[in-house]
Write a protein that binds this ligand. Structure first.
Ligand code: 4NP
Length: 161
């Protein structure tokens, strides 16, 4: 049976932040026994990296916490995502605006910032780690783990409520 709720994580390139969020949330869903009820995917608002696997740095940072990003491949946000998904969650304000800019009138999916799902978010955006040095990818994981914990609660409430 097709899962009830669909969640789409959206960043710019779909090779750093949103595949990380997809892998982290997939684990939370499996651990919560909700694999039959919730499905996840990710995409980018830009076309630069279509078909590419996640950035090596994102794969390495994810693997260090037990997340396997290697099977994922980048794709671009498309019109039918607005009807296929219940939630379209943007990593930052620029991508939130890019999603809203192409959202069809009367679309089904709820468009929000991912960090707004965290119960006590210290920041509103997941910073783009692509050009940065250092710990950007670990910070992405910290923020995504925090936000997806809140997101799981939102989905559980919706499924039981
Ligand atoms: P992402 O990171 O949006 O988290 O996947 C980026 C990936 C690629 C580029 C920018 C951000 N880029 O400019 O190619």
């Amino acid at each position: 049976m097709r899962p009830t709720l669909g969640v789409l994580f959206v960043c710019l390139g779909n090779i750093c932040r949103s595949p990380t969020a997809e892998a982290v949330m997939a684990r939370r869903i499996a651990d919560a026994g909700l694999a039959d009820a919730v499905w996840v995917d990710s995409c980018g608002t830009a076309a630069y990296h279509i078909g590419s696997p996640p950035d090596r740095r994102a794969q390495r940072a994810g693997a260090a916490r037990g997340y396997d990003l290697s099977p994922l491949r980048a794709r671009q946000l498309q019109a039918d995502d607005f009807s296929r998904f219940d939630y379209l969650l943007a990593m930052d304000a620029a991508n939130l605006r890019a999603i809203q800019a192409i959202a069809p009138r009367g679309h089904r999916g709820e468009i929000r910032l991912l960090m707004d799902c965290a119960t006590a978010p210290a920041v509103r955006e997941v910073p783009d780690p692509y050009y940065g040095a250092g710990d950007g990818f670990a910070e992405v994981l910290d923020l995504v783990e925090q936000a997806t914990e809140g997101l799981l609660g939102v989905l559980q409430a919706r499924l039981t409520g």
